[in-house]
Design a protein around this ligand. Structure first.
Ligand code: FES
Length: 122
């Protein structure tokens, strides 16, 4: 039950992300945007918390993604808002890179600055 590999799902090849800087993937019914900064891969909700803009179509500058609709900026490491109008952080997902595979953890981290969500097993 607690096997690490079962909690992670392959969502992309590393090469695909290296080509595009931002890459949208689907996992668990969620749209997630992958980004790579300084060789590290980050994953956060692709749907902007402001009015639902597609973050994968935005710009990546340093550790910040800028939403293409109204210019909110989010830190890809924590999901925190760096620039309004958004005022709600994006969910972030734990990422593992194994060889050429990008895997993300099925349960997102909490939206509140890095606090993990406690999920109840049903
Ligand atoms: S929808 Fe992203 S900033 Fe408005």
């Amino acid at each position: 039950m607690s096997k690490d590999t079962e909690e992670y799902e392959k969502v992309a090849d590393k090469q695909d992300l290296q080509r595009t800087a931002l890459l949208k993937v689907e996992s668990g019914g969620k749209s997630i945007v992958l980004s790579m900064v300084n060789g590290e891969v980050y994953a956060l909700d692709a749907v902007c918390s402001h009015e639902g803009g597609p973050l994968e179509e935005g710009k990546l500058e340093g550790y910040e993604i800028e939403c293409p609709w109204h210019g909110s900026r989010f830190d890809v490491r924590t999901g925190e808002v760096r620039s309004p109008p958004a005022d709600t952080p994006q969910s972030v997902y734990e990422v593992k890179v194994e060889n050429n595979d990008i895997l993300i953890r099925r349960n997102p981290e909490s939206k509140a600055q890095g606090q993990p969500v406690q999920t109840q097993a049903s």
